[in-house]
Structures are given as C-alpha cells and as structure tokens.
Design a protein around this ligand. Structure first.
Ligand code: SAM
Length: 279
C-alpha cells in the first residue's frame, strides 16, 4: 500500500510495548484500518483529525485513502518517531501533535471542515464524544465522527426509545446527530486483544437539530434518567417545581418513564423547563 514496513516491525523497532493505562490496543492489520478509513466517507481533499494514532496503522490508511492532510494527536511520546517516519513518506500531509486529546481546541486545529477519526480507549472516547456533541455554536466545525467504542457503549449511543440501552447518551447523540453502528471488530483484530467486542460508529451532525437549549435538555434528561424506573411525575421532581406543569406543556403522560420518551419529547420538556425561567 505505502511501502512502509509492517506495523509489527515498527512497534518492535521503536519499543512501543502496549501500555494498559493508555488504553493501547493496536490495530496491526492494514486491511482492518483501511476498512475504518473507508467508512469515514470520502476523504479526498479533506482534512482528518485522528486521535491516538499510536504506531500509525489507521494513520497510514487515512493517508492512503487520499486525505489531504491528517492531523494526528498522540499522548504517548514513544509513538512519535514511528509517526515521523509516516510523515516523511507523505511530505506535508501529516501533522503530528504531541498532547492530550481531552485538552485540545478542535476548532483551531484544522483550516476548513474536517472529519474526526479515532480508535481510542473507551474512557477517553466517551468524554470526547460528549464534548463534540455539546459543541457551540452548532453545526460544529467537524463534518463527521468515525469512532471505535466497545460494543456495549456503541449500543448506548445509537439506542432507540424503549430499549434498555436508551439513556442520556442516546438522547444527546440523537438530538444533535444521526449515529449508526457500522461494523463490529472481534478482540482478535487488536494487539493485545481487549476483553470485549468493539464497534465502529459513524456520527453525522444534524444541521438543524430540534431547537432547544442544550443545558436545559441535559437537566431534564439527567433528572428523568437519574431515576429511570420511576414515572416522570416522580423523577422530574428533582428539577424543583411541579412536574405536572412541565409534562402537560410537553404533552407527555405523567405516568410514562424516561425510557419511553423520544428525543422530540425531551426537547419539548426542555423547552417547557426553559420557559419556566429557572432552566
Ligand atoms: N490508532 C492506533 C491503532 O488503531 O492501532 C492506536 C489505538 S490505541 C486503542 C489508543 C491510542 O490513543 C494509543 O496510542 C494511546 O497512546 C492514545 N491515547 C490514549 N489517551 C490519549 C489522549 N488522552 N490523547 C491522545 N492520545 C491518547
């Protein structure tokens, strides 16, 4: 594909022994990383921001797929020399940023629209996803997110009302974006293998989410799912005031539970909460 050495050799030569604390489960099969790169959409002429490139398998696939530029953010300094070798193979197309992805201002990273692609540890990926979904102003600077999650978390992101996995993450994701699970990867695809199955998800931001205040939405969703087995007339008491007033304004039956309310229902509740004046 790119006449660079096999990833196993790169890892051995640079002594990049996988460290658990950094959630390092590397993808060594370039067919797998090619598949992820392809699933990110058309990359030709597009800037890709990659989080956690590690030894650079997915980075190589993104460049080979025609990305105009890849901006790769990696926290583990041991990986930087391996990434420099990729940068030398693709002059001017790979920017390596040594740092913590949780502390980066994404808007200032790339000129023009960009796609975000990452195989990240779950404990970093979930806060990053929430941050990207909360971005203001909306629509955000990124065109799409293509991210690896453990299967169980991916299911919570794409969950529909009425399912066990449906909760705060699904409402936030469903409000601002269309999120889909594209495919699963068995633990064997990684080195070392994680304990669980992983899923690649694609998140496409909605240009016009149903209008409501993000903070108000998070308040009502937090109250509703904070006591998910209770009826809303009970669980929404934690917002103060009389839940019956909010529920009537949003046209929701007070005996329903959080799990039964779709995104539009929560938006209605959030708008009623904002109108009440203390949201
Ligand atoms: N993308 C590579 C691949 O697919 O083989 C590596 C994936 S590995 C699951 C996660 C990578 O994210 C590691 O290289 C790790 O050092 C890096 N990482 C972990 N936490 C990070 C953070 N907060 N900011 C940037 N990179 C991070």
């Amino acid at each position: 594909m790119d006449d660079l050495p096999p990833l196993r050799d790169v890892i051995a030569r640079h002594g990049i022994r996988a460290v658990k604390g950094l959630g390092q489960n590397f993808l060594l099969d370039l067919n797998v990383t090619d598949r992820i790169a392809r699933s990110a959409g058309d990359l030709s002429g597009v800037t890709v921001v990659e989080i956690g490139p590690g030894p650079g398998g997915l980075t190589r696939s993104l460049l080979a797929a025609g990305a105009r530029k890849v901006v790769a953010i990696e926290r583990d300094e041991r990986c930087l020399p391996a990434l420099e070798e990729i940068a030398a193979r693709y002059p001017g197309r790979l920017d390596i940023v040594a740092g913590d992805a949780l502390k980066i201002d994404y808007r200032s990273l790339a000129e023009g629209p960009f796609r975000i692609v990452a195989n990240l540890p779950y404990n970093v990926a979930t806060p990053l996803l929430i941050g990207w979904l909360r971005e203001e102003p909306w629509p955000p600077a990124y065109l799409s997110l293509t991210l690896m999650f453990q299967r169980e978390v991916a299911e919570r992101i794409v969950a529909a009302p009425g399912s066990k996995a449906y909760g705060r993450l699904a409402v936030l994701a469903g409000w601002r974006a269309k999120a889909d699970i594209l495919f699963d990867l068995s633990p064997r695809a990684f080195s070392p293998p994680p304990k669980v199955v992983s899923s690649v998800i694609h998140v496409a931001p909605r240009t016009e989410p149903l209008p409501c205040d993000a903070a108000a939405l998070e308040r009502v969703v937090g109250a509703a799912f904070g006591q998910r087995r209770k009826m809303l007339r009970q669980s929404l008491k934690s917002l103060g005031g009389d839940p019956a007033v909010l529920l009537a304004a949003a046209d929701i039956t007070p005996t329903q539970r959080a799990e039964e309310i779709d995104v539009a229902g929560f938006v209605g509740l959030a708008n009623a909460f904002s109108r009440r004046g203390d949201g």
